[in-house]
Design a protein around this ligand. Structure first.
Ligand code: ADP
Ligand code: TYD
Length: 210
C-alpha cells in the first residue's frame, strides 16, 4: 500500500497556521509535487455554504452540538469529494485545520464530550487520518495582538478564556498523538518556523521528496 501524504496545520486563531501552510504548499509545488491546499470549514460548494452558517455573526445563539455537527458535515463533504480521491491519486494534501480542530474547539472550547466527538470525526473522515500534524503553539494574547484590526467571525469573537481552553485541549491532543503531531513554538519568526517545518517534512518523507 502506498503511503498517503496528508499534512494538517492546527492551532488557535492567529497562531500562524495559514502563513505556514501556504509556505509549505509553495515549496512542494516548486518541486513539482502535485499538492492541494485546503482549509476548514469549507473547500467544496456545500462545505462553503456550511462555513457561512457556522461563521457568520448572528443574533441567535448556535448550540454547541449544532456547531460540532456542522463542522463535521463540512468535513464529510470535503473528505468524500476532494481528500479521498486526491490521496488515492497520489497527490499531497496540506490542510489548514482538520479533525483535531473539532476536538480542540468543540471539545476544549465548548466542553462537549470528547468520546462523542472522536466518533463523529471517524464518521466524517471515513477513517482517513493525517500522516503529519503541525501544531503551532502560541498564547491567546499573542493571537489577539496579531489579529488586531482584522474582523472577527462568530467563533473568533468568543474571547480569551475560550482560546485558552482550546489551547489546553490542543496540548492534550499533541501529548496523546505524539507520533503524528509535531509541536512548534509559534513565537519564533516566520522563517524559523517554515525552515523547521520543511526539515521535519523532508525527514519524514525523505526518500519520496529528494
Ligand atoms: P492563523 O491562520 O493561525 O489564524 P495567520 O497565518 O493568518 O494565522 O497569521 C495571523 C497574523 O499573524 C498574520 O497577520 C500573519 O502575518 C502574522 N504572523 C504569522 N506568523 C507569524 C510569526 N511567526 N510571527 C509574527 N507574526 C506572524
Ligand atoms: P478561519 O477564518 O478559517 O480561522 P483560522 O484562520 O484561525 O483557521 O475560521 C475557522 C474558525 O472555525 C476558527 O475559529 C476555528 C473554528 N473551527 C472549529 O471551531 N471547529 C472545527 O472543527 C474547525 C475546522 C474550525
Amino acid at each position: 500500500m502506498t503511503k498517503n501524504h496528508f499534512i494538517t496545520f492546527e492551532g488557535i486563531d492567529g497562531s500562524g497556521k495559514s502563513t505556514q501552510a501556504k509556505i509549505l504548499v509553495e515549496k512542494l509545488q516548486s518541486l513539482n509535487i502535485e499538492t492541494l491546499f485546503l482549509r476548514e470549514p469549507g473547500g467544496t460548494s456545500i462545505s462553503e455554504e456550511i462555513r457561512s452558517v457556522l461563521l457568520n455573526n448572528r443574533e441567535d445563539e448556535m448550540s454547541s452540538r449544532s456547531e460540532a455537527l456542522l463542522m463535521c458535515a463540512s468535513r464529510a463533504q470535503l473528505t468524500k469529494d476532494i481528500i479521498s480521491p486526491a490521496l488515492k491519486a497520489g497527490k499531497w494534501i496540506i490542510a489548514d485545520r482538520y479533525a483535531d480542530s473539532t476536538l480542540a474547539y468543540q471539545g476544549g472550547g465548548r466542553g462537549l464530550n470528547l468520546d462523542w466527538l472522536i466518533k463523529l470525526n471517524q464518521f466524517a473522515t471515513y477513517g482517513i487520518e493525517p500522516n503529519l500534524t503541525f501544531y503551532i503553539d502560541i498564547e491567546p494574547e499573542v493571537g489577539f495582538q496579531r489579529r488586531k484590526g482584522l474582523s472577527s467571525d462568530r467563533i473568533e469573537s468568543a474571547g480569551l478564556d475560550f482560546q485558552n481552553d482550546i489551547r489546553q485541549k490542543y496540548l492534550e491532543i499533541v501529548d496523546n498523538f505524539g507520533d503524528r503531531c509535531v509541536i512548534i513554538d509559534g513565537n519564533l519568526s516566520v522563517d524559523e518556523i517554515s525552515n523547521y517545518i520543511w526539515n521535519v517534512t523532508r525527514d519524514r518523507t525523505l526518500d519520496e521528496i529528494i
